[in-house]
Design a protein around this ligand. Structure first.
Ligand code: AMP
Ligand code: MN
Ligand code: MN
Ligand code: MN
Length: 307
């Protein structure tokens, strides 16, 4: 995984994006996946916008889990920094018994089908968190729910990440990754299975909100190559158009693998760090290699977003 960090970031001048940049869209520094305190990130939307601008990001999207509540703040902050802002979201989906994430880009977020649909996805997170806490108590970790709540920026959005931060802070583990490995993943003592949105609902909410749907970090799922192909076929059938190729979750080999797959399947390629915070993320905002040659950036027809 560490090769991903060692790769040379895209070198682009830190300047306001011009339409002329679309003559070579691969050179645009797009970071279309990250999280704020409105879900499980550690920075505010304003801090993220400042960091994105400082790191040379030109097209920036905030994609909080199951929540669009940070987008208005992010948009205002992005505009103040001269960044082109893409309103985004990362929807939790259950498909074939596996949790998948579907990113929506360019979504309308106020009063939209997406905003309404996400309410139902967030419902159930609190009860799931209480159950996680009950299970953790059985292995001797008391008060995890109350502990996790201290890290929550949005009461509707308590996630496993908040539990992980609490267990690191209290010395049960030394880092967030270790908490997931020991306690919070399938088969481990604090894991609670959960039914998220269906793939078809998630894609429909995004499309009805005039956005584009993108399969997030496909390299992370426990799917066979055949299942991945079935997923992609269904996703395209529902109207999905993109797949993440260069993400903080992929190795350099996975960049190449999913670039080739995007070309073969006719999906556009996306690029995003999945940044959650300065001390937890392997890849910094905007500091990713460019998309491999041959794939079509999902932003290739977004020139109209700049004047
Ligand atoms: P939840 O939506 O509550 O299931 O939490 C999912 C979040 O947990 C993901 O978006 C990641 O931020 C984080 N996460 C999942 N797996 C891991 C892992 N193995 N190591 C670190 N963070 C993880
Ligand atoms: Mn997360
Ligand atoms: Mn994700
Ligand atoms: Mn994410």
């Amino acid at each position: 995984m560490n090769e991903a960090i060692a790769s040379t970031p895209l070198e682009v001048a830190t300047q306001t994006l011009q339409r002329s940049a679309w003559a070579d869209p691969h050179r645009i520094n797009a970071d279309l996946h990250c999280h704020s305190v409105v879900s499980d990130g550690t920075l505010t939307p304003e801090e993220l916008a400042a960091r994105a601008a400082a790191n040379g990001v030109q097209l920036w999207s905030l994609t909080d889990h199951d929540e669009v509540g940070g987008l208005a703040r992010a948009k205002a902050a992005a505009q103040a920094h001269g960044l082109v802002f893409i309103p985004g979201v990362e929807v939790s989906v259950t498909w074939a018994g596996e949790t998948l994430h579907i990113v929506g880009l360019n979504v309308e977020f106020e009063g939209s089908a997406l905003e309404h649909g996400l309410t139902s996805v967030r419902d159930g997170r609190t009860e799931r968190a209480r159950e996680m806490s009950r299970l953790l108590a059985k292995v001797g970790i008391e008060g995890a729910y109350e502990g996790a709540l201290k890290y929550v920026g949005n009461p509707a959005l308590i996630s496993r990440t908040h539990f992980a931060r609490h267990l690191v802070e209290t010395g049960v583990c030394t880092e967030v990754r270790e908490v997931f490995e020991r306690f919070l993943t399938p088969g481990k003592p604090g894991y609670v299975p959960h039914e998220w949105a269906t793939l078809s609902d998630a894609v429909r909410w995004i499309l009805e909100s005039n956005g584009q749907a993108v399969i997030a970090h496909p390299g992370r799922y426990r799917l066979s190559p055949l299942q991945m192909d079935v997923l992609i076929e269904q996703f395209i059938g529902l109207g999905g158009t993109g797949i993440e190729v260069v993400t903080g979750s992929h190795t350099v080999d996975e960049y190449k693998y999913f670039a080739a797959k995007s070309v073969r399947c006719g999906l556009k390629a996306s690029r995003g760090s999945d940044f959650h915070g300065p001390t937890e993320s392997r890849v910094n905002l905007g500091e990713l290699p460019p998309l491999p040659d041959g794939c079509v950036p999902i932003w290739d027809n977004w020139a109209h977003l700049v004047s």
